[in-house]
Write a protein of this length. Structure first.
Length: 177
């Protein structure tokens, strides 16, 4: 039992907690951005998705119920794609402006960096933009599941690097010296 406790404590490092905090802050910012988009556009229309899903239970006819389920799924897909696009825009724009930092990373004193310290800022910017694009593609293909996989990679990797970090030669590092 003592060995298990020690193993769990080894998984919970300051860097991993900061990275989780940065992620949660960025999700809060994303929520605020999506709420603003909903007021202005109104997109993503998750309220309409919810209404479409709720109405399924009240339909007795199987074919009509199936058609309503497909319509609800299409509405969800549209809202999800819009949400991922807003997140991707937020992450790329902030990282380009703040040299590898989103608002969450900036608050937590973290930034995305190339594993090659001699690399120019332009190449590093392209590298972490590609990192965001790969994350976006995975989110589109697997709808949220990559976040779980990323955290398992981060916990399993001694350097706390996610799979997309390993693939693209990036790492999340402290920006405070």
């Amino acid at each position: 039992m003592h060995g298990l406790t020690a193993d769990l404590k080894a998984l919970i490092t300051r860097e991993r907690l900061l990275r989780l905090a940065a992620f949660l802050i960025d999700m809060l910012v994303l929520g605020l951005l999506l709420a603003l988009c909903d007021l202005m556009f109104p997109k993503p229309d998750f309220a309409n998705v919810r209404s479409a899903l709720d109405s399924i239970a009240q339909i007795a006819d199987f074919e009509a119920r199936q058609a309503q389920a497909e319509a609800a799924a299409a509405l969800f897909q549209e809202a999800y794609i819009f949400s991922v696009a807003v997140w991707l825009g937020y992450e790329v724009i902030f990282q380009l402006i703040f040299n590898g930092q989103t608002l969450g990373k900036k608050i937590c004193g973290l930034r995305v960096a190339s594993v090659k310290p001699e690399e120019s800022r332009l190449k590093a910017s392209l590298r972490f933009t590609a990192r965001s694009l790969v994350k976006g593609v995975f989110l589109m293909l697997f709808q949220g599941f990559p976040i779980i996989i990323s955290w398992f990679y981060i916990l399993a990797n001694p350097a706390s690097r996610a799979g997309y970090d390993l693939f693209l030669g990036t790492q999340v590092v402290s920006s405070r010296r």
